[in-house]
Design a protein around this ligand. Structure first.
Ligand code: URA
Length: 266
């Protein structure tokens, strides 16, 4: 009998068995009925060619399974790093193209669904994480997560001299809001080009921050999410995070919490 281990980060939660049809159905490979048909048609095998026919058998280890000879999509709990192009929206339905259009269509039928970690605006490009690890998703998007995210902004106007201090002040207000923004690090790259690292995730935050200092963002690109960057991932493409990257993300999450929880210097 195959045992499935539900592995979360650093943590083997429980051993459980899942039936083959259910396992593949939860990964978006079809309804149970469709999977029954695929089993009858000998389309589900192991890596060594063994044909599987019984939908009620325990699911073999993920890496051994093949559907029509092809290894499976990333296993449950995976994190995808996607390089989002402009013009695509981070939602499951819209009249615009969706970031899901860049991923296997099965990702939207997975249970749990593969969800973007937070949102980038339609015209923002750059690093977007996508995961079906609900716990990680929650921790990354919680207001208590102060993980830095870095953006490069092309601006309509030259930056005013006070902008760096205003962003760092911890007193900058967004129009229509009542709580000041946490300090943010602004690095001036050129007269109309800057990079900014923020630790919050308010609605249209970066565009509204530049508006608050009398400027206008013409284009916006996220190039880092905590320790992760887009290195080697061309626009429109994606890859699965490695175990090392998961570790680095976890450490950064914990460090960000600690930094924020520690008492302020007198
Ligand atoms: N801030 C914005 O204004 N837009 C984004 O897409 C992300 C952060």
């Amino acid at each position: 009998m195959f045992m499935l281990w539900h592995v979360t980060h650093h943590n083997v939660r429980a051993a459980r068995t899942v039936k083959l049809a259910r396992y593949l159905s939860d990964l978006g490979y079809g309804t149970k009925r469709e999977l029954e048909r695929m089993l009858v048609n000998r389309q589900i095998t192991l890596a060594d060619g063994t044909v599987l026919t019984n939908s009620a058998q325990d699911a073999p280890p993920h890496e051994l399974l093949r559907v029509m000879g092809v290894p499976l999509d990333p296993p449950p709990g995976a994190v995808i790093l996607l390089h989002k192009p402009a013009g695509m929206v981070c939602s499951t339905e819209d009249s615009n193209p969706l970031v899901y259009d860049l991923l296997p269509s099965r990702f939207r039928s997975r249970s749990p669904i593969m969800s973007p970690v937070g949102r980038l605006d339609r015209d923002t490009t750059g690093l977007l994480l996508v995961t079906d690890d609900g716990q990680l998703l929650h921790r990354l998007t919680s207001p208590k997560s102060h993980l830095p995210k870095r953006y490069v902004a092309q601006l309509a106007e030259p930056l005013r001299e006070t902008a760096v201090a205003e962003f760092a002040s911890g007193t900058l207000m967004l129009s229509g809001e009542h709580a000041p923004l946490a300090p943010a690090t602004l690095d001036v790259i050129g007269p109309r080009l800057a990079s900014v690292a923020i630790t919050e995730g308010r609605y249209h935050q970066v565009r509204r921050m530049f508006a608050a200092v009398g400027n206008h963002v013409q284009s916006l690109h996220r190039d880092a999410f905590g320790p992760l960057t887009l290195d080697g991932v061309p626009e429109g493409e994606w890859r699965v995070l490695s175990a090392q990257e998961r570790d680095a993300l976890e450490q950064a999450l914990q460090a960000a919490r600690l930094t924020r929880a520690s008492p302020r210097a007198p």
